[in-house]
Design a protein. Structure first.
Length: 358
């Protein structure tokens, strides 16, 4: 095949791949925005952006879509490319979905401690699992597998903040503000999210600035994460060995390239036990299970709401319901699993029950 013919075939395949991804998006309605009334704080409205309603069940569906489109438009992925990712689970689930849509082989490099239901979901969508004992090695292993297969490492930790169009294109920030437009306090006082790659906080923070909103951005971060330390002290770039959060999907042992602290107004560090307690309380209030990172977000929201109330402020806060809780049945929703790891969550569930139910 001549070079011109080969290039034409590659361009045709790429155009079809992009069409499939865009068509899939058009078939999916936007995720819901849930208002959670708080009887003790009638002057403040709390909203949950429910990202669990994506086809792959989590906020990471948006990221995976953006990463694939970014790689396709950069001609990094072709019809025979093996796609690799380093992930704690949810991003890989979503990427496996898109890889199967395009007929591509997909390998997820995951920590060996990743919850089994997440691994099952990756395999369900046709992905392969490459588990590593030391979570810090996922990056190097992903690079190595890309070299060995002649494939492409999507590298969510580097490209998350640049793959998403923060000016619009129905990113999560644009969706939140569009859905809030008819509410009584349409411009939120705060938007609260977590940070895993840093891509979501970068997108929201940049969008707020671009649209000149008065909204402030708060990032809720596990105590055993480097991000909130780096926010306070830019010289802090990595955690000591053996220091790690149990909350999957957010918090990292090193500062990732996609984490942009300058777009964040505030960070709140949250203990793992508090996140688990809040997760369980919110699940009871909603009548369905949510994941641990949503609990982390809720703890930060509660602190901000109490501060606003003490100052006599009215307004709204939006946070993210990151994923459903079904993937954590053998971990966060298993009392024996939590007890074996010394996570005393019960009193924190009771406290959050009072907050969300009055």
């Amino acid at each position: 095949m001549t070079a011109d013919r080969s290039n034409a075939v590659a361009r045709s395949w790429r155009a079809e791949a992009i069409r499939r991804i865009e068509a899939d998006y058009n078939r999916s309605a936007d995720t819901h925005l849930i208002r959670l009334d708080l009887p003790r704080y009638p002057q403040i409205k709390l909203y949950l952006k429910d990202e669990s309603s994506h086809p792959t069940g989590s906020l990471k569906h948006r990221l995976a879509r953006s990463l694939f489109l970014y790689a396709l438009c950069n001609a990094w992925i072709g019809p025979d490319t093996c796609v690799i990712e380093a992930s704690s689970g949810s991003t890989a689930v979503s990427e496996a979905y898109f890889a199967r849509m395009l007929g591509l082989r997909f390998i997820a490099v995951v920590p060996a401690t990743t919850a089994a239901p997440k691994l099952d979901a990756i395999r369900f969508h046709g992905g392969e699992i490459h588990a590593v004992d030391d979570p810090r090695t996922v990056y190097d292993v992903a690079h190595r597998l890309a070299r060995e297969t002649g494939g492409h490492y999507l590298d969510q930790f580097t490209y998350a903040e640049r793959a998403t169009d923060w000016r619009g294109n129905n990113n999560i920030a644009e969706s939140i503000f569009a859905q809030m437009s008819a509410e009584e306090n349409p411009v939120p006082t705060w938007v609260v999210c977590g940070a895993g790659t840093g891509g979501t906080s970068a997108t929201i923070g940049r969008y707020i600035a671009y649209q000149r909103h008065a909204t402030r951005l708060c990032v809720a971060d596990p105590v055993h994460s480097i991000f909130h330390r780096h926010f306070a002290d830019r010289t802090a770039v990595a955690l000591p060995e053996g220091c790690a959060s149990r909350i999957e999907g957010i918090g990292r042992p090193r500062v990732e390239p996609s984490f942009i602290p300058s777009v964040i107004d505030r960070m709140i560090a949250v203990e793992d036990a508090h996140s688990i307690g809040a997760m369980r309380a919110l699940s009871r209030r909603l009548g369905r299970k949510v994941g641990g990172s949503t609990g982390t977000n809720l703890i930060a929201c509660a602190q901000l709401i109490e501060e606003m109330s003490a100052q006599g402020e009215h307004g709204s806060i939006v946070t993210i319901l990151c994923d459903g809780g079904d993937r954590y049945g053998c971990t966060y929703y298993d009392d024996d699993w939590l007890s074996a790891r010394g996570v005393d969550w019960q009193e924190h569930e009771s406290a959050m029950n009072r907050f969300v139910s009055g």
